[in-house]
Write a protein that binds this ligand. Structure first.
Ligand code: NIG
Ligand code: FE
Length: 406
């Protein structure tokens, strides 16, 4: 049984701790047996029966739970750096979309690739994420928008899951935008989503959640009600992209539909906040997207003061958040969303696991849980997120197996 010694701080982020607390243990040790945590605590209290086990030296690093990215669009068929340049010059994201760029452009590029090509790209992106300490990733479809292409993307995720390189939770986002070919008959597209795509996704068990982008230029509240209602009847949980570019009343909708999370929320007002907190919907901030679109960032203090815990995720996609760097998102959650470093860490571990329904399995270090953890070369969580460096993760373990070492 391996025992990790020489941990300057172990930060378990355990469930059951009071809101906002991480349960930090100084001079700690961590033992695991096959894929499960067997013991953790102050090194001075390590039981004597662990004394002769394989010693792994943490080198004085801090140890945190494997990071959980609760919102990505990992599978996409190409980048949009030219649109980035246009946006730098001041052209608006929605104007680029109206002129044929944006999400629909990625849809065309994704349709053009077969499953194997998309799988290779997504696998290499995922491998990079694990080097940053990410061990669980929520992955959305939404760049296919035909039955064939949505299933193709979800099968890529199923293959990544089978590979075991990280834990994958799949979300069907067939309601990302109305594809061009349905522009003048959007009800037919909603029918396609509800009557063909969702039943196929559910019968092949290709997704745990269904997500809808509610926004001008995407879907209406009523369309979201119908799509998520159909999804629920097929056993899929609900997620929402809402209030990103304007207050569309998305937070209240998420509360009404009992969504597991609502994401973006840059424009959500006090009333929406109160409704989501009351309903227990996890708010997800995506500060990389706010930064790249120069949106006013979500004010996490308002949410926390109202009783919420805020999840931090990347929104990794080729348009609004072209990086899957979760530690960067955590630093931005501090500087832009006014979260403390501990809150940002919780937001990318325990709270993130809750945002994807994995709170029993991922996002915290507890005896009996899976041994997903990261060694971070920094004196403290505060220092890690304050003195940003491209990568301080020196080792990543998934189910007790080292998947990255530096
Ligand atoms: O989460 N909001 C909608 N969808 C993505 C953007 C996708 C794109 O621009 O390709 C998002 O920000
Ligand atoms: Fe997104």
């Amino acid at each position: 049984m391996p025992v990790l010694h020489n941990i300057s701080e172990l930060i378990p982020c355990s469930t059951g701790l009071p809101r906002g607390e991480t349960g930090r243990i100084l001079d700690a040790a961590l033992a695991w047996q096959s894929d499960r945590i067997a013991w953790l605590g102050p090194a001075s209290e390590l039981p004597s029966d662990f004394a002769n086990e394989d010693v792994v030296d943490a080198g004085g690093c801090i140890v945190v739970p494997g990071l959980v990215d609760a919102h990505t669009h990992l599978c996409f068929g190409g980048w949009r750096a030219d649109e980035f340049e246009m946006r730098c010059r001041g052209v608006h994201y929605l104007d680029i979309a109206r002129a044929g760029g944006g999400i629909m452009r990625t849809v065309e590029q994704t349709r053009a690739l077969d499953e194997d090509a998309l799988f290779e790209q997504a696998r290499s992106r995922l491998a990079y994420l694990t080097t940053l300490g990410v061990t669980t990733v929520e992955c959305k479809s939404g760049y296919g928008l035909t039955l064939h292409d949505e299933l193709k993307i979800l099968r890529v995720y199923a293959r990544l899951k089978a590979l075991g390189a990280a834990r994958i939770v799949s979300t069907f986002l067939g309601a990302h935008v109305v594809p061009r070919e349905f522009r003048d008959r959007r009800e037919d597209y909603v029918d396609l989503v509800c009557l063909e795509m969702l039943p196929a996704v559910a019968s092949e068990e290709l997704a745990s959640y269904c997500d809808v982008f509610v926004e001008e230029g995407a879907f209406t509240e009523d369309e979201a009600r119908r799509i998520l209602g159909t999804a629920a009847s097929l056993g899929l949980g609900s997620k929402l992209h809402v209030d990103q570019l304007s207050d569309v009343g998305g937070a209240a909708l998420a509360a009404e539909l009992n969504a597991v999370s609502a994401d973006h929320l840059e424009y959500t007002g006090r009333d929406g906040i109160a409704k989501m907190v009351e309903a227990g919907v996890v708010p997800v901030t995506l500060p990389v997207a706010s930064l790249y679109l120069r949106q006013p960032p979500l004010d996490a203090r308002q949410w926390i003061d109202a009783g919420a815990e805020v999840c931090v995720a990347t929104d990794f996609n080729p348009g609004t958040a072209p990086t899957g760097h979760l530690p960067l998102a955590m630093t931005l959650a501090c500087t832009m969303n006014r979260m403390t470093p501990d809150e940002a860490l919780l937001g990318a571990t325990r709270v993130a696991a809750q945002a994807i329904g994995l709170e029993e399995e991922a996002g915290s270090l507890e005896v009996g849980r899976r041994a997903d953890f990261v060694l971070v070369d920094t004196p403290s969580v505060n220092h890690w997120l304050y003195n940003f460096e491209p990568n301080r993760a020196t080792a990543t373990f998934i189910g007790g197996a080292r998947v990255h070492a530096r």
